[in-house]
Design a protein around this ligand. Structure first.
Ligand SMILES: [Fe+2]
Length: 545
């Protein structure tokens, strides 16, 4: 296992043609970009955590029925410094690195100053973000790197702090139909305050007189902030939810300890070791009204949990409904230390809490006459409850929809709206490279309150892969397709396919050009790629590079 996870991947600088099974229609033209860790060993040094690896960009150019693939390491400052030194000299979240070979006391003191609020890495390995016409490799720090989506060349380094006061920002922004970007980040101890900042980057900016075209980032605007409950222990969060009119943010008791982070460098420990789950705390649910740019005054909370991925959120009959994949603790991160990714991983690496798809519902309007203890949710489509308490507090109890899912995806044209399907990897925690882990496809509660079951499956050896379209046509029947065989034609006007890769594929895929509703799935460690098309057909092609 260590060989797979810790193995340095080779770049494929020149495009190579993929073998295509089935047919890609001529109208499908564009480039799909993906991102993820690709190099964990530099010289004699090795990253501690799988999420620390140097970013490797992947490109799948689809043209005239053919697919060509190339990959290239992001030439971040981090990459360049590491390669030049032939060892890891820039700290990642799970690996503290020391630029000075002697680690003498003077350089420690010097570095301490610059690490109080760490000058984070620009090894942007999590996702690809589109801002206007530009594409950026992103991570969760204040840095993003512009890239050329055609050549994968690394372009300028952008510091979010130049435009919005955040020390870190999520790698899972949202987009509206016009392409405006919504994201949030944390501003740490700025002017004596720590807060969560929600910001918007417009899809377009008017040309400035005499200055030509400007980056949409120059017009980024912080439109709301929520104060952190603790000045020195803000929450860690990986994503957030958005509806047509609201943002949903979980201030969870999985927290960064800023004081510990400030001394981590001197103590020789990683920043990841400065995060802790506090099971004695609540999870606060913040709802921000995009129209008033203010948080709702009602204090919603739920039990302590850890969420990495929001699935979707929407408004329904005076309520906000939102779905997340939640854990009861923070054991997930621990599993992916490379030391744990060994041959015994399958036997030894077990989560102490399973990822569970949970649905929450929040009332948008208060009911002054409601009795303390009464349920403020009257929806028939969910059993989630919101119990009125004293002092304007509301305790939210989720509906548990499914256990054992991660890396959720939806048909993004339904983002912020009522939807029917979530596509996710079934979590079995046995990342054997030659297998395709099962992909569970759920039909969630529809507006009539019916819960759908799983659709039929298809198999590859002992494993299965299912594909279901999120279909706006009522009555359309989702079908399963079999990996490695030519797919049966579907009847779906829209399509979506979720990667079955069990760990890294949390990046958002981007397809340039029509059609918009298209995703491509790659399975790390296997040779198959699956492309589902919006006319309901599927193509399979093999990576023999
Ligand atoms: Fe993610």
């Amino acid at each position: 296992m260590d060989v797979l996870f810790g193995r340095n991947k080779k770049e494929q600088l020149e495009p190579v043609k993929a073998k295509v099974r089935g047919q890609i229609p001529p109208w499908l033209q564009g480039t799909l970009l993906r991102n993820g860790p690709g190099m964990h060993t530099i010289g004699e040094s090795k990253y501690n955590h799988w999420f620390d690896g140097l970013a490797l960009l992947h490109s799948f150019a689809i043209r005239d029925g053919e697919v060509s693939y190339r990959s290239k390491y992001l030439r971040s400052d981090t990459y360049n410094a590491n390669i030049e030194a032939n060892r890891i000299v820039v700290s990642e979240f799970g690996t503290m690195a020391y630029p000075d070979p002697c680690k003498n006391i003077f350089s420690k003191a010097f570095s301490y100053l610059s690490h109080t609020i760490p000058d984070f890495t620009d090894n942007c390995l999590i996702n690809i973000m589109k801002c206007g016409e530009d594409f950026y490799a992103t991570s969760e720090t204040n840095y993003i790197r512009k890239i050329n989506p055609e050549t994968l060349e690394t372009l300028e380094k952008v510091d979010y702090r130049k435009y919005v006061a955040v020390n870190m920002a999520t790698a899972h922004p949202h987009y509206d139909a016009a392409g405006n970007v919504f994201n949030m980040g944390t501003s740490i101890v700025d002017k004596g305050k720590t807060k969560y900042v929600m910001f918007r980057i417009p899809a377009e900016v008017p040309e400035a007189k005499g200055k030509g075209k400007r980056s949409p980032l120059t017009q980024a605007e912080a439109f709301c902030s929520v104060p952190s409950r603790s000045l020195l222990s803000p929450s860690y969060y990986h994503s957030f939810g958005i509806t047509e009119n609201y943002l949903v943010f979980l201030e969870q008791p999985f927290k960064l300890d800023i004081l510990k982070m400030a001394t981590a460098y001197i103590r020789g420990v990683s920043w990841a070791s400065c995060m802790a789950f506090h099971p004695e705390d609540k999870t606060y649910i913040h709802v921000i009204d995009q129209r008033t740019r203010k948080p709702m005054p009602v204090r919603f909370y739920t039990d302590p949990l850890v969420v990495f991925h929001h699935v979707n959120a929407y408004e329904e009959d005076g309520c906000i409904v939102f779905d997340v994949i939640a854990y009861d603790d923070s054991s997930l991160y621990q599993l992916f230390y490379l030391a744990n990714l060994n041959q015994a991983f399958e036997q030894n690496a077990r989560l102490t809490s399973a990822p569970t798809l949970r649905r929450f519902a929040l009332p948008l309007r208060g009911d002054q006459n409601a009795e303390v203890g009464s349920n403020l949710i009257k929806l028939t489509s969910t059993t989630a409850r919101a119990l009125k308490e004293k002092d304007d507090q509301v305790y939210c109890q989720p509906e548990f929809l499914y256990e054992g899912l991660e890396l959720p995806r939806i048909n993004y044209s339904y983002n912020g709206k009522p939807y029917r399907y979530v596509f996710a990897a079934e979590v079995q925690w046995s990342p054997i490279p030659t297998k395709v882990p099962g992909l569970e496809v759920l039909r969630l509660s529809d507006r009539n309150g019916k819960i759908g079951g799983q659709e039929g499956d298809a198999s590859l050896g002992q494993d299965k892969l299912e594909v279901v379209m999120d279909c706006p046509r009522k009555g359309a029947v989702p079908k399963a397709v079999q990996l490695g065989q030519e797919a049966r034609a579907g009847i779906y006007p829209l399509m979506s396919l979720l990667s079955t890769s069990c760990v890294p594929q949390c990046g958002r895929t981007q397809v340039q050009g029509p059609p918009k509703a298209c995703t491509l799935s790659s399975m790390e460690g296997t040779t198959y790629y699956v492309l589902a098309l919006s006319d309901g057909t599927h193509c399979f092609f093999k990576n023999d590079f």
